[in-house]
Each structure stands twice: as C-alpha cells, then as structure tokens.
Design a protein around this ligand. Sequence first.
Ligand SMILES: [Zn+2]
Length: 128
Amino acid sequence: MGQVKFAVRCAGCKGQAIALMRPFGVRGTYREATAEMVAVRITCLSCGNTQESATGVPFELWYKADVRGQLLWFNNEEHGQALLEYIEGSRERPEFPVSTWVEVLPRWMLSSKNRIVVAEKVRELLDG
Ligand SMILES: [Zn+2]
C-alpha cells in the first residue's frame, strides 16, 4: 500500500497543503483497523510551510463544502473522483479501500434528490 495523502488547508497561508497520513493506534475491529489516521507531515504547496509530528498535526480538510446544511467532504482528489463516480452510478462495486467509506456514506448524500447537487459540488471542489 502506498502512502496516503490528504489535501488539507495550510495553517499559515490557508492555501492547499498536502498531509502525509499514517495510521495511529489500531481499533479493535477488522473493518476499521486503520480508522485512526493522523497527519505526520504537512507541507504547503503555496508558502512551503512544513509541520511535522509523530503523533499527528491538527489539520483541516481542503475539500469540504456545505450541501443543503450537510457537510460534504473528501480526503483528496482520488477520493473525490471515486465519490463522484459512485454517486453518478458509473462505479458499481467500489474496490477496496474505497468500499470502506462508500459503505458509510450518509443516506442524504445518496438520496436521489441530492445526488445531482452533491455531484455538482464535488466537481466544483475538484476544479478548485
Ligand atoms: Zn501555506
């Protein structure tokens, strides 16, 4: 498994930064063995600010938006793309590890009346 990177907001300039994620601690269940992820290094793409911590740097996700009073978010571009494909129905059976979060997608996001607006918002976020 490759390194997991999240798109986050720089604590300094508020630009987009990349967080290198690591599992921290292990939960007892099989499904969520790596559920606890922490950012061990955050590097800003704009100002070059770097923060490191073995136990995790606090972070705010870059890709998040309000959709009809609900919080839409995704970790990175790949996650957003997969989410979009899933919502639009072109991804029938998500592959692991995508399935781990598709299973827990909130019902509001998948309801037929919200699908289109959610898909639009995901695109908007991805396009920046
Ligand atoms: Zn910055």
